[in-house]
Design a protein around this ligand. Structure first.
Ligand code: COA
Length: 271
């Protein structure tokens, strides 16, 4: 397992990044509040995403929560009285946090949410924007917007509906209930459930597998799947063609073929 020692901190240490061996890790680090996200944390999260995006050595990014009790317990409700108390304030608040989530939505590298403990509200938004969700058996999921009187926005609901379908989305939203990891797995909200003590190892294994595969082939899959999810009228078929051409003309494709024929492990460069 790589030594994740290269540490950079954002938002006064409440967001931390580590990098090693092609894997970047972003940790939500506010365990006393179950990693509830303040606006400063949303902004730090955006800075962390940008820095790992621009680091050529990073091929895949893992998102996780510190403290073992939560991935992210949602937006920091203690800030709401000042920053989200009515529609106008809420719009401004929404813009500032949505700008950071947009970075994740359009992220050019694969992302994995590694979920332990509570994954609620805005935490669900983050997890649903990641490409893949791996969760510990004891995790719990929910969107308590109806308990707080919050209108959960279009993007969050679009992702929820695309993962679990409209009926489960309605049940979760109307009741605000929390569901456990087994149920989340069954309805398609998470891709894999593992025993708590194996979560990090399993997540790293998937991240390392991704980071040793051909970056252009992964990029092609990521771009194409994103276009599949759009309405037909909004699809960028040229982007699919461009990445397809780059991939099939790449040195890595040559390396992949040769390594297979020579019965050895390929060494991909992303070119
Ligand atoms: N915003 C602000 N503070 C939060 C928070 C949030 N989203 N989630 C937890 N906290 C704080 C609690 O207020 C508490 O602070 P305190 O120690 O000063 O009293 C601390 O984190 C620990 O929370 P606690 O409720 O004691 O822990 P728990 O393990 O029993 O329950 C939760 C954890 C996450 C289930 C519970 O705190 C909760 O329901 N939080 C709100 C979740 C929510 O509604 N999220 C959507 C926001 S849009």
């Amino acid at each position: 397992m790589p030594d994740l020692s290269h540490e950079i901190s954002y938002a006064d240490g409440k967001i931390i990044t580590h990098t090693a061996d092609g894997v970047g890790v972003i940790t939500f680090n506010n365990p006393d509040k179950r990693n509830a996200m303040s606006l400063e944390m949303w902004e730090g999260f955006g800075e962390a995403l940008t820095s790992l995006r621009d680091d050529d050595a990073v091929r895949v990014v893992i998102l996780r929560g510190a403290g073992g009790k939560a991935f992210v317990s949602g937006a920091d409700i203690s800030q709401f009285e000042k920053t989200r108390h009515n529609a106008a304030a809420s719009e401004e608040y929404g813009k500032r946090s949505a700008a950071q989530r947009a970075l994740l939505a359009d992220y050019p590298k694969p992302t994995i949410a590694c979920i332990q403990g509570f994954c609620l509200g805005g935490g669900m938004q983050v997890a649903m924007l990641a490409d893949i969700r791996i969760a510990a058996q004891s995790s719990q999921f929910g969107i308590p917007a109806a308990r707080l009187g919050i209108a959960y926005g279009f993007d969050g609901l679009r992702h929820l509906v695309s993962l679990v379908g409209p009926s489960w989305a309605r049940l979760l939203m109307y009741t605000g209930i929390r569901i456990d990891a087994a149920e989340a797995l069954r309805i398609g909200l998470i891709e894999r459930m593992v025993p708590d003590d194996q979560l990090w190892g399993e997540t790293m294994l998937i991240a390392e597998t991704i980071s040793t595969n051909a970056p252009l082939a992964i990029k092609a899959a990521k771009i194409t799947i994103a276009q599949v999810l759009k309405d037909e009228s909004g699809r960028d078929m040229d982007a699919i063609k461009t990445i397809g051409t780059a991939c099939m003309d790449s040195a890595d494709f040559r390396e992949g073929r040769q390594a297979f024929m020579e019965k050895r492990k390929p060494q991909f460069s992303g070119k």
